[in-house]
Design a protein around this ligand. Sequence first.
Ligand SMILES: [Zn+2]
Length: 415
Amino acid sequence: MKYCQRCLYPENHPLNITFDEEGVCSGCRIHEEKDSLDWKERGKKLKEILGRFKSSSKHNYDCIIPVSGARDSYFIVHTIKNVYGLKPLLVTYNKQYNTELGIRNLAYLQTLFDCDLLSMTVDPNVVKKITRVSLLKMGSIYWHCLAGQTVFPVQIAVRFKIPLIIWGAHQGCDQVGMFSHLDEVEMTRKYRKEHDLMGYEAQDLVDEALRLSAQEVQPFLYPHDKEIEQVGVRGIYLSNYIRWDSKKQHEEMIKLYGYESFPLEKTFDTYNDVDCYNYADVHDYIKFVKYGYGKVTDHASREIRLKRLTREEGIGLVEKYQNKKPKNLNLFLRWLKLSENGFNFLINRHRDKLVWEKTENDEWRLKDSILNHKNDHDVDAVRLEKKEVNDFQITPLRKQKSAEERYILVGKGHL
Ligand SMILES: [Zn+2]
């Protein structure tokens, strides 16, 4: 298996990655733009775009911001509302795997920024059925989250005639360098289907045997092209206009608004995925089973590119976290009424044979891993000099209120 000589990505990265003659991946090469682009100029461009959508009427929303209880939500709302002065409508798809801390972060987001928030909770029984089907078809427990998060804002944009949706980072650009920042790539139905949804639209999940009907997947249907055109819906990514550094951004939000962080079982990043008990846990375990690497590789690669980790330190972190068992697997299996054997059967079907093989004892073995590529011969030639420390904070939790007060915070939106 080929591994990037600068970061830790393997050639079987599911978003597609290419390597140049120095053995450096496309993600690392595009990432170099972060240190060469004129971000002041890029910021002006953003201001110009946003200016076009600023409504003259005080009664209208200027844009939609999809939010959650983590992952850049505070930063995006802060930037759009407090820095650029737009009036956003916040929308959230309830992924139903929420941690208490995530619920609290979202509740405080509402109260701290004085914004309106629309949320969508799909019938929990339908979500379970969808999860059974998506596990079977694509070995994913996260399809409904990704589908909901990427479609609900578009549905609301069409329904309320608010043409602009504002997203944070574009993974195709930030992770794998599929696009340059200068391409200013925007949200498309095609990218969503191919990459976010692993090739499956909602209608492809309808399954008679598993009793999932066309009606039940309706909340996940993308609006018709005609409706999108009529409103002129566009989705832009802030990472094309702001030098994206999620660690720095989260730390600013901790300082300004008391955003809460939390230690996670399978990665050192205590900021991004604290609102979900499955994402950096069962979902991450499945990623490892499929591709032979997990989120900690994503996070370490990002930090290597941002010059806060050496490649060797990154490999050390992968070694520390990669093989940790998911903490919440039993909780997930109980929720879905699935046995561990059944679960293993379903996900083993999706192992990438490029990196996995069966032993004589019928056990799965990794053919290769970044751990075997610490001393690859081209590493020094393309090395970035480490400039900062990689010190993810763990914030003190917000003062624990009584159960009653917690409900008031979530329900009324203020204490
Ligand atoms: Zn790389």
